[in-house]
Design a protein around this ligand. Structure first.
Ligand code: SF4
Ligand code: SF4
Length: 449
């Protein structure tokens, strides 16, 4: 399991191995695409018409062909909506690099919901992740889109689960209550205790965002008792990682998705410290579990951790999941959409108004397998690595199919951490890992912290 990407963790757990197994059946002409491609996935370089999707097509043939081809591919069931490119913070490492305030219109948001319901075909349980920028800047739109989507889904015999990733600074009691009533669950972006969180995550005037979030946290927990966080580790915070998790847990955070922040100085020394920091986190995790605390770390609880025989290459991007940007363009995931800057996404495959106008780009997402990763073939870790994040691969090398050296290094680090975790777990609990995973699944139904 790739622990680098929290989105990938979600998508793989949602889609299960079945999806990847079926993938092999629809790859006949797609392998050829990869062989020819190398780096065919050029990003769109600029906005030309801000009110129209950049993947707009004037060709009826292209639209009809793309949408017919898409019917032979997997249904889409997990949608990320980029409600705005704007944010009220200015985090130095943020991948929404240019904070131009592009906002999603009602027309695009409603069309995106219709598109999801239509392209999910027979799948009944759908998920929408509200994303940004900072999605709470568009609370007005959230209040319109949630009832609209719930009704459309119910009419089609489906249900929608709502998730959001937010910096938490714009959640007051009225909003927290509304989200609880409408079952919109959220994950906070918190990078550690005050010193490490505030180093990068500040307001434009330099004020701390940590203090505000901590002030709101008890109120937020009164409406959403189980609180998770997406924690981005920076080179400065590596060796305090364990203390940071413990501090946040004491303040009421129950679940952690931990990964390193991209775009910072991850030289060999810092990567070594990151590995050490994560090993310290393993020890904390085991200690908490031993003492039966409600404390979870997503990467250590995924099913694939107990079965390293075969990790599928690629991820859910463009397969069962997709992302809609503010203008209505379709991408594999929010990182593919924004990693090169807003409006310069990698492999756009259509738009919510016309459907799949660039179907070959979706084929590239579907095609991501060991066969399309020449560098990985014969690598000792080929079966347990997963090949790194396609979006990061593109950023580093210009091809989703070719990993940079740093990606390989971090994949190996995660492999070593997982091996360490399994061994230490057996030492501490004297049982095997798969039994442990079964136990934590039962634990999910226990009363909340
Ligand atoms: S470590 Fe690098 S070369 Fe080896 S399988 Fe992973 S991504 Fe491929
Ligand atoms: S492309 Fe990268 S960020 Fe997007 S879902 Fe895949 S692994 Fe995650």
């Amino acid at each position: 399991m790739c622990a680098l990407c929290w989105q990938r963790n979600i998508s793989v757990s949602i889609e299960s191995g079945m999806l990847f197994a079926k993938l092999q059946q629809v790859n006949s002409d797609q392998q050829q695409l990869a062989d020819e491609c190398g780096n065919a996935c050029k990003p769109i370089t600029e906005y030309n018409e801000p009110t129209k999707p950049r993947t707009w097509s004037e060709s009826l043939t292209e639209i009809v062909h793309g949408n017919m081809e898409a019917r032979k591919m997997f249904p889409l069931s997990y949608m990320e909506l980029i409600l705005t490119s704007d944010c009220n913070l200015r985090c130095s490492y943020c991948f929404e690099r240019d904070k131009k305030p592009f906002n999603m219109s009602d027309e695009v948001a409603f069309a995106a919901v219709d598109f999801l319901i239509q392209t999910s075909r027979d799948i009944k349980d759908l998920t929408i992740l509200l994303f940004g920028g900072e999605p709470m800047l568009r609370f007005d739109l959230i209040q319109r889109i949630v009832p609209y989507a719930n009704k459309k889904a119910a009419d089609a015999g489906k249900t929608i689960g709502w998730d959001m990733t937010t910096n938490g600074t714009l959640i007051d009691e009225t909003r927290a209550r509304w989200m609880a009533e409408h079952k919109v669950k959220y994950l906070l972006s918190l990078d550690g205790a005050k010193e490490d969180h505030d180093r990068y995550r500040k307001f434009p005037d330099g004020r701390s965002s940590y203090e505000l979030i901590m002030e709101h946290l008890p109120m937020m927990k009164s409406y959403q008792p189980w609180m998770g966080t997406k924690m981005s580790v920076t080179p400065e915070s590596t060796l305090r990682l364990r203390d940071n998790l413990y501090e946040l847990w004491k303040n009421g955070i129950n679940q952690f998705i931990v990964g390193y922040a991209h775009g910072l100085d991850w030289n060999d020394e810092n990567l070594l410290k990151y590995e050490q920091g994560m090993l310290n986190v393993c020890e904390l995790y085991l200690e908490m579990k031993y003492n039966e605390k409600y404390f979870r770390i997503t990467a250590f609880e995924e099913e694939s951790l107990c079965d390293i025989k075969e990790v599928p290459f690629g991820c859910g991007a463009g397969r069962g999941r997709f992302c809609v940007d503010t203008q209505g363009d379709l991408y594999g995931c929010s990182k593919m959409c924004t990693i090169m800057g807003h409006g310069k996404g990698i492999l756009p495959f259509g738009n919510v108004l016309q459907g799949f106008t660039l179907i070959n780009n979706r084929k590239h997402c579907l095609n991501d397998s060991i066969k399309s990763r020449r560098k990985c073939q014969g690598c000792d870790y080929e079966k347990s690595c997963g090949g790194g994040c396609p979006a990061t691969n593109y950023e580093r090398t210009g091809s989703i199919y070719l990993q940079g050296d740093e990606e390989c290094e971090t994949s190996l680090i995660y492999n070593r951490i997982n091996e360490y975790m399994r061994k230490r777990h057996d030492d501490v609990f004297n049982t095997d890992w798969s039994n442990y995973v079964r136990r934590t699944r039962i634990e999910k139904s226990l009363p909340l912290h």
